[in-house]
Design a protein around this ligand. Structure first.
Ligand code: ADP
Length: 488
């Protein structure tokens, strides 16, 4: 590691953040964090045991009543200060993110701003928590509704957006008056640990946010979810793990938010602006090296324009620089680990075995890190496993269709329902297709939907609940209805 890199990593707390203090894991165990671009270790962080997780829950539970009772403006100002500190430390946070996750620095800076934006937005929302008062239809009583914080929330975040997934959950929870135990992914704990120091500096009272890093996510999560002081679980990650957690949450009827996998169709009609579609395809596919649940997973293109679109896309993809994210000219960083390389490699070879052709790329490029070439494959069958599984890598796979009905059928032919992208210059067609798509989000002539001010989330196997927007805070508020006898 270069000197600035060593210093940035050294500055981050490596312990567990519990009750406002940095502590070692019980027994002093640690686990190693790796740089995916070099496969060498960056540092060791505390490896929380079940006992540590319960200590974090004790702290969050102990802090709850007082935090819930704070004036909304007080909470808003702490969250706003945290936003400002994140922005002021953008360079440092971006570097840590690039080192532990791999994405190019420019993208890491983008994620830092996106992450901060959830704090800015929810600082603004903290002071707008409302209720209703109305006359019951029979005129005999009055209906009052109020919203109260859910209690202690447990948050499990993935490695692909290590800072934004934490703030997207924490921002609304803190604004609502809930307290938090956060468990980041074991591959990328450093951004969350850096966030703990920022929240402390912003004036967040001890115990309101607790952060535990662990190599035993299943054991720790089970212990927390079995404890009746926990009231809420918010998870972002794979559908497979999401289903396990939803089932476990069901046993205790915990409130649950699930942001799970996706298999986004990117539909290009023959009346689309093809150059616009290609430019947006680069974003929808290549942001985060394709390691996003919103990544375009299937390019569904009208057969009349499929070769023009695919060739233009392949040309753009072949000019990308693959390399270490810290290098200024890198456009595409490494994938997260060997399992990711194995999965992408096998999806591409399976597609080729089933008749697809490679226009560019196609191979893992494992000099030092987990690199994979930007790849475009055409003539992919909608039945091949690359069309059915989340690729989570820099591979664009093109499937053709002949009419609007077929495009909609192909788009909906998946158990996932997170996001779809639609490219057309025909407004009626656009609205018709959007209404028919079974997804929680749609990008119309746009390859990026993420926005702190908009409700992010899916349907079907992509989960439920919404993060961001006006809706996001509701995930951390319980509704209480009061029947009022106003004549008493
Ligand atoms: P990926 O396969 O992309 O790593 P995962 O769903 O496995 O996605 O991981 C997302 C998050 O879920 C991480 O924080 C990880 O530690 C956590 N996790 C993985 N398995 C479990 C489990 N059985 N119970 C609770 N959390 C888990």
């Amino acid at each position: 590691m270069a000197l600035g890199e060593v210093e940035a990593v050294a500055k981050v707390g490596k312990g567990l953040f519990i009750g406002g203090k940095w502590v070692d894991a019980a027994g002093g165990k640690t686990f190693s964090v790796e740089d995916p671009s070099t496969r060498s270790p960056l540092c060791e962080v505390a490896d929380a045991t079940i006992e540590d997780a319960i200590a974090a829950l004790d702290a969050a539970h102990g802090a709850f009543e007082a935090w819930a009772a704070t004036p909304p403006r007080y909470r808003a100002e702490i969250i706003r200060r945290a936003y400002e500190i994140i922005m002021a430390r953008s360079e440092e946070l971006a570097l840590i993110m690039t080192l532990e996750m791999g994405k190019p620095l420019a993208e890491a800076r983008g994620e830092v701003a996106y992450a901060a934006d959830f704090f800015r937005w929810f600082a603004e929302e903290a002071v707008r928590i409302d209720g209703r008062f109305y006359v019951a239809p029979d005129g005999n009583s009055r209906v009052l509704t109020m919203k109260q914080p859910v209690g202690v929330a447990y948050m499990i975040t993935p490695w692909n957006f290590p800072l934004a997934m934490a703030t997207r959950k924490m921002g609304p929870a803190l604004a609502a008056g809930a307290t938090v135990v956060l468990k980041p992914a074991e591959q990328t704990p450093l951004c969350s640990l850096a966030l703990a120091s920022i929240l402390e500096e912003a004036g967040l009272p001890a115990g309101v946010v607790n952060i535990i890093t662990t190599s035993d996510p299943a054991g720790v999560s089970e212990a927390l979810m079995n404890d009746d002081r926990l009231r809420k679980v918010s998870f972002t990650g794979s559908t497979e793990v999401g289903k396990i957690l939803a089932e476990r949450a069901g046993r205790r009827l915990l409130r649950v938010s699930m942001e799970l996998g996706g298999n986004a169709p990117f539909i290009v009609f023959d009346d689309a602006d093809i150059d616009l579609a290609v430019g947006q395809a680069m974003i929808a596919k290549m942001r985060n090296m394709g390691e996003a649940c919103t990544s375009a997973n299937r390019f569904l293109v009208d057969s009349k324009i499929a070769s023009e679109f695919s060739e233009k896309l392949a040309d753009r993809m072949s000019h990308l620089n693959v390399g270490r994210g810290t290098e200024a000219d890198t456009n595409v960083g490494p994938l997260i680990d060997q399992a990711a390389i194995d999965k992408v490699t096998s999806l591409v070879s399976d597609a080729v075995a089933n008749g697809a052709a490679i226009l560019t790329g196609g191979r893992a490029n494992l000099d030092d890190g987990y690199f994979f070439e930007p790849t475009v494959i055409v003539g992919t069958s909608s039945n091949s496993s690359i069309s059915k599984n989340e690729i989570f890598g820099p591979v664009a796979s093109v499937v053709t269709f002949n009419d609007e009905a077929e495009a909609i059928d192909l788009a909906n032919g998946t158990e996932y329902g997170l996001v779809a992208y639609v490219f057309t210059n025909n407004l009626s067609r656009g609205l018709r297709v959007i209404e028919a798509l079974k997804t929680g989000m749609v990008g119309l002539n746009q390859g990026l939907v993420s926005n702190a001010a908009a409700p992010f989330g899916g349907v079907k196997d992509s989960g439920f609940g919404r993060e961001g927007g006006f809706e996001g805070i509701e995930e951390y508020l319980d509704l209480k209805y009061v029947a009022i006898n106003h004549r008493a």
